[in-house]
Structures are given as structure tokens and as C-alpha cells.
Design a protein around this ligand. Sequence first.
Ligand code: IPM
Ligand code: MN
Length: 361
Amino acid sequence: MKKILVLPGDGIGVEVADQTIRVIDHLNTKNNLNIEYEKELVGGASYDVHGEALTPAVLEKAKEADAILLGAVGGSKWDNVERDKRPEAGLLGLRKELELFANLRPAIVFDALLSASSLKEEIVKGLDIVIVRELTGGVYFGQPRGIEEYEPGKQKALDTQIYFDYEIDRIARVAFDLAKKRNNKVTSVEKANVMETGVLWRQVVKKTHEDYSDITLENMLADNCAMQLVRNPKQFDVLVTDNLFGDLLSDCAAMLTGSLGMLPSASLGAEIDGKRNGLFEPVHGSAPDIAGENKANPIATILSFAMMLRYNLNQQDLAKNLEDVIQKVLNEGFRTADLYSSDDQTLVSCSKMGDLILERL
Ligand code: IPM
Ligand code: MN
């Protein structure tokens, strides 16, 4: 028996998590998956009830669970809440407390969605890359930070970008290990031309690479990488980069696939006593503009659950089957609003997309 903590969060997070729970229920019954799950609040939803985005009780449950499935957090409703209580603080707290330092964000272009991409078909056809984003360091967590008055009535703001050698080494290992199972190429992304953290990043990755002689390592400056991602994304296999660059580049890579609504992610910790913490969530946010309208695309979250099956629950076959079913539904022409582009397709709601996936599972 495996225990999953489901944290739907805010906005469309609730709707996409609901559809994923239906998939879990289905696999439990039909494939004896034996997953037990519990739902809890996180983000703005938790703030509204408890005055904080992540309560100690929920954090405790997250630590005990075999894996966590998260919907999305955030929304303008909480714009004026203090930073450490904001919805995003709930997610960042989970990442930090569970030491989920490795964020895997695959960007795969399904043939059926080729025309949904804003790029020319030949540029993205067959694209299959993974961004490995460092998730518990860098400017997201660096101290000191703050906004201060430097003269009466005048303010300055400060963030700190900081990386320790061991943080770079362990994320580089995740990327190299992943590349071994793929096409043996890693592109390490930083700004060594401007930033000290970039210089150290490049040095450490080079050193770690000595343990992976059969992998090709390439270094790329982050601005060039953003350009290359839209110019010729198929040159990449595995990209490894820091927290902030990874945030930007993964949104960019996501859009190559046609919609942010398609992208799953896995955030993994180190393996300790055979157990590896894992949080699985779509790359998209809470989309308050369409929340509660049953319009959201649940595929990114269902694919995140497929990643959970693969990486944390050792159910590779079920993961593959689930991914194939999603591909099938798309091949048959069903599209949620984010993907819908022509009238030979069938526009479906979030829950209808769930129905279609269940029927074919
Ligand atoms: C993401 C999100 C988060 C991030 C926010 C919600 C804190 O954009 O997971 O990419 O910046 O990491
Ligand atoms: Mn982001």
C-alpha cells in the first residue's frame, strides 16, 4: 500500500486534481493499484482557513507520504498578504522542507498537438527534452533579502543569488544520470560571463562530468539558451540549470508543446533509506481567470501522476499506459479550450476530458 497526499491548492488546481483523483480511483479498482490518498489544503486555500499557506500538520503528512500530488497555488486574491504567508510560500516551503532539489520538467510534443504550437511544425515535431531545474537554492531562498529604506522616503530591494558546490554537484548528477537513459547529452545553463554563481556552476558541473565520460557536456549562457529553445529546440536532450533560469526556461519550453496545460513535473529529493521524497505537479499555475468554470486542461496533472507512478511508485507499465491513453484521446481530436484550434476538433470541458481518459483506461 502506498500513501499519497493530494494538495489541490487554488484556482484550477482543484479541478485538475479532481480529475486526477478519478484516475487514481479507477486504477485502484481496475488494476489493484492499492493507493490510499488523503486531501489537504495548501496555498491560498489553506491561508483562508488557517492563516498560513502550509500548516505544520500538513507538512508532517507530506513528510510521511510516499508521494505528493499538487494542483496549483496562488491568485490575485492573496496579493496583499505578507510574503511568508502567501500561497507561493506554501509551495516553496514544501520544496525546501522536503529537500526536493531536483525538478524534472519534460517538454514533449505530441503529434496530435503539432498545430497548437506557436512555432512551425518542423521546428517542434518529435521534440522530447527535459529541463532539470535546481529547486531548493539560488535566488529563491538566498539570504539576505528584503526591501529597505536607504534614505527617508527612498527604498532599495535586495535578493541574493547563492549556490554551494554540493548543490550544483547533486543537481548535475541528476541530469547526467537522466541523460544516460536518454540521448547522452547534457546542456548546462548559467551566466558565467556575468555572475559568480555561473562561474562556480560551470566549474562544478565540469568536475562532476568527469564521472560521466560517455555523456556529452555543453555549456550555454542562459540568454542564448532562451533563444536556442525557440530557434532549434531539438538540439537539446537534457538541460540543467539553476532555480531562476529553470523557472523561465521551463515556461518557454512548455509553450513549444502547444500549451502550458500539457506539462507535468516531478520534484525529487535525495534517496534516503530507499525512500525518495517526491512532489508531482503541473507546470501551469492556478489560472484564476478560468477557475471554477470546468474549462481547465487536466492533462498536465494526470501526466504528473504518471511521473509519480514511474519515479516513486515503481509502476512503469501503468505510467506508460496512462501516457498512451492521453495520446489516444488527443489523436481522436478531443481538446480542452487551451488546445482547441480548429473546428475539426471537439472542444471538451475539464471533467469531460477526465471522462474520455477513464473510458479508455
Ligand atoms: C513554478 C512556479 C513557482 C516558481 C511559483 C508558483 C512559486 O512558477 O513552479 O514554476 O516560481 O517556482
Ligand atoms: Mn514557473
